[in-house]
Design a protein. Structure first.
Length: 157
């Protein structure tokens, strides 16, 4: 596993901690029960239910290890120490696409917290890289997979 620091917001740290707790306390028990029930069906050498349960168990154990590693290396970003006037990790940025006039809102987060459905983008993404360090009122050109887009930063919070 990597020995790099993992940057997380407090919310992201809590989300990963909850997932780890669930996997260790609930999911492990559920899978153990599935394995036990599958064993009761007879010969495990040709038991698809048993194999599926063992695969789930391996996946969960791998995820537990990943989460434990990330959380042990986590550096929680203190939102009080983030400059409110510039786009940095933890900031929420309101943008306007200069061509389409569409407004977009993104929260800049570490890679482990990125979730496009929630508007959370990784600071390693092209969009976030193009925003980092800029302030409200700045116009930026950002190279994204579909080409270069021009935005105006309306607000940072």
């Amino acid at each position: 596993m990597s020995s790099e620091e993992t940057f997380l917001t407090k919310e992201g740290y809590e989300k990963l901690t909850k997932e780890l707790h669930y996997l260790k306390t609930m999911r492990r028990r559920e899978i153990s029960k599935e394995i036990k029930e599958a064993r009761e069906h007879g010969d495990i050498s040709e038991n698809a239910e048993y194999e599926a349960a063992k695969e789930k168990q391996a996946f969960v154990e791998t995820r537990i290890l990943q989460l434990e590693t990330k959380l042990s290396q986590a550096r929680i970003i203190d939102s009080k120490r983030i400059p409110k006037d510039r786009a940095y990790l933890g900031a929420t940025v309101l943008l306007k696409n200069i061509e389409s006039k569409e407004e977009l809102r993104y929260t800049l987060v570490g890679g482990d917290e990125a979730d496009s459905s929630e508007g959370k983008i990784s600071i390693h993404s092209p969009m976030a890289k193009g925003l980092l360090g800029h302030k409200a009122g700045d116009r930026v050109e950002i190279r994204v997979p579909v080409g270069i887009r021009k935005y105006e930063i309306l607000r940072i919070s």
